[in-house]
Design a protein around this ligand. Structure first.
Ligand code: NAP
Length: 543
């Protein structure tokens, strides 16, 4: 891990043009762009290093499932040419090294404070500035606030009776220690079967004496087929980097993938199977692009799901275990996972899949996990139990806008943000990849760059036009939220309990949070808003 403290370099100043919260992909690029405008910017990061989610999620097997040559910045041609990714899908350490390199290469560290959790962000209507309180007691203020707090950054720990009584070590995948954890010779329990669990399970199965995987809901996974990158392929890709990036932006997901325009129901069974098999062999979440109606038509979806069911049955030797691993839900409703041998892991005699649905976990006791009266004795417990997505990190901060309104209260019946970047009543306050933005449904990095460019351009416009503050119009915000919900209802996204809906967070109102219309539609909308003089945003001129 690259950990460089910068507190001494920035101590002293208390007034800035912009405060940025978070040093992941979004925060680092925001700092870079806003400094380019000649603004004074201070970035606060809770972690001890840069990387955001890629700093915290350092569990064994953590890896991105968007291809490394595309899951990377494009704002600097030099950067994208000079950085060498080693594998098709980058590991957490490699992404963390990359972001650390970006911080160094662009001289960002002098404006970053690490180990600095932002606790309070309050708008002062008299000074029209944001007062920001940091965990070490420092208070500063800024004219603009840019929340780059991430979509999947607030870990969820389930409320299970006795969880704290467990006497062995307990780890959450999203808060993994920065030391090597040795599981050799141990009986280990993993709670959860989402993307994080599938990655950690595959690695822990190689180390643990016995691995118990507690599964409440099975998930769909397609193979990643990760491997070293072919130097010729990289050379070719880099020779046409700008063109590749341009083409990717024209696709709903923001990454290069062939989206078959045909309906799954207009082709023969043979053609369907050929298409699914090709996608399976190719690997990656582009599987859902096999036919145009997989995410919108239940019958079409069933064909894509059935194919994965057959694959699971062909990999997993014990038919009972295979059936338990097979989801009966809509494929692509919950986030499709990528795996590197997850299903085959269950062929090992030392790996047990525990059904935590038929009989939910009763409680955790000092020596293990109790289900239906049976205690599964374990030495270590891994919680791969996900995140309070999209709103969780913002909710943890006491954010108050005009009239002291708390953002959390305003969002109690579901998050409301115009274009996912700003919320009415919170002037000069921007969110990168907020609810209502395509973010988690797309290749995050280009989406982040688009958002940050939009925000930076808006601030530059305000300066050029002598505008004091910007606040979204309530009607425009309501219309955007309603539009997104309408589009989401036209898909199969409401057909399961997912973190996209906040279903994993007790008391969270089920609203499909990310924008479902795809990256090109979102970019088009943003461009139209700008062309119409930032339609839907209210500007207050300087007096
Ligand atoms: P997740 O998909 O939300 O999975 C959490 C798991 O914990 C689920 O299986 C859930 O079961 C289980 N769980 C939660 N509380 C439980 C309880 N009380 N008892 C039993 N099981 C419980 O979280 P995640 O795996 O961390 O992934 C979140 C997202 O992060 C992914 O969807 C993806 O977008 C991103 N991610 C990406 C990668 C990658 O790029 N490869 C890797 C990791 C994460 P239920 O389903 O029954 O609630």
């Amino acid at each position: 891990m690259t950990k460089k403290k910068t507190r001494s370099a920035v101590a002293g100043a208390t007034q800035f043009d912009v405060v940025v919260v978070g040093a992941g992909f979004a925060g680092l690029y925001a700092l870079y762009r806003l400094r380019q405008l000649g603004l004074s910017v201070r970035l606060f990061e809770e972690g001890g290093g840069v990387g955001g989610t890629w700093y915290w999620n350092r569990y064994p097997g953590a890896r991105c499932d968007t291809e490394s040559l595309q899951y990377s910045y494009q704002f600097s041609e030099e950067l994208q040419q000079e950085w060498d990714w080693s594998e098709r899908y980058a590991t957490q350490p490699e992404i963390e090294r990359y972001l650390s390199h970006v911080a160094d290469r662009f001289g960002l560290r002098s404006d970053i404070e690490l180990d600095a959790r932002v606790e309070r962000v309050h708008y002062d209507e008299v000074t029209e500035r944001w007062g920001v309180a940091i965990s070490d007691g420092t208070e500063i203020d800024a004219r603009f606030c840019v929340m780059a707090t991430g979509c999947l950054s607030s870990p969820m720990t389930p409320k299970i009776d006795g969880l704290d009584s467990f006497t062995g070590p307990k780890y959450h995948t999203a808060r993994w220690p920065d030391t090597t954890v040795d599981f050799a010779g141990l009986d280990v329990g993993v709670l959860g079967t989402g993307s994080s669990a599938m990655q950690v399970v595959t690695i822990l199965a190689e180390e643990a004496k016995h691995l118990y995987v507690f599964q409440r809901t099975p998930n769909y996974a397609v193979p990643a087929w990760n491997g070293p990158l072919d130097p010729d392929y990289v050379r070719q890709f880099k020779a046409h980097y700008a063109e590749n990036r341009r083409k990717a932006k024209q696709l709903v997901s923001g990454f290069l993938c062939y989206y078959n325009p045909k309906s799954a129901l207009d082709v023969s069974q043979e053609e369907r199977d050929r298409e699914y098999e090709d996608r399976w062999r190719q690997g990656g979440i582009g599987y859902l692009g096999a036919f145009a109606d997989i995410t919108t038509n239940e019958t079409a979806n069933r064909t894509a799901a059935d194919y994965v069911h057959r694959k699971i049955r062909s990999i997993v030797e014990d038919p009972e275990v295979a059936e338990l691993l097979i989801p009966n839900s809509v494929i692509g409703c919950k986030r499709l996972c990528c795996h590197a041998g997850y299903y085959a892991t269950f062929n090992g005699d030392h790996v047990t899949l525990v059904d935590a649905k038929t009989n939910p976990i009763e409680r955790v006791v000092p020596e293990g996990v109790v289900i239906a009266g049976q205690t599964f004795r374990i030495d270590a417990l891994v919680l791969a139990t996900g995140f309070d997505a999209m709103t969780g990190a913002l909710d943890k901060i006491d954010i108050r806008g005009k009239a002291g309104t708390r953002l959390k209260d305003k969002w109690a019946n579901g998050p409301r943000a115009y274009l996912g970047v700003a919320s009415a009543g919170f002037p000069n306050f921007f969110i990168v990849t907020g609810p209502g933005s395509p973010s988690v449904l797309t290749n995050m990095v280009p989406t982040i760059e688009q958002h940050v460019d939009f925000i930076a351009d808006c601030i530059a416009h305000m300066r050029a036009s002598n505008i004091r503050s910007v606040d979204p119009d309530v009607a425009a915000e309501n219309a955007w939220v309603a539009y997104n919900d309408e589009v989401a209802h036209g898909t199969l996204r409401y057909d399961c309990a997912s973190w996209y809906l906040g279903s994993n967070v007790p008391g969270k109102k089920p609203i499909f949070m990310p924008f479902v219309g795809g990256l090109p539609a979102y970019i088009r909308k943003c461009d139209e808003v700008v062309a119409a003089g930032y339609e839907g945003f209210n500007f207050t001129p300087a007096s």
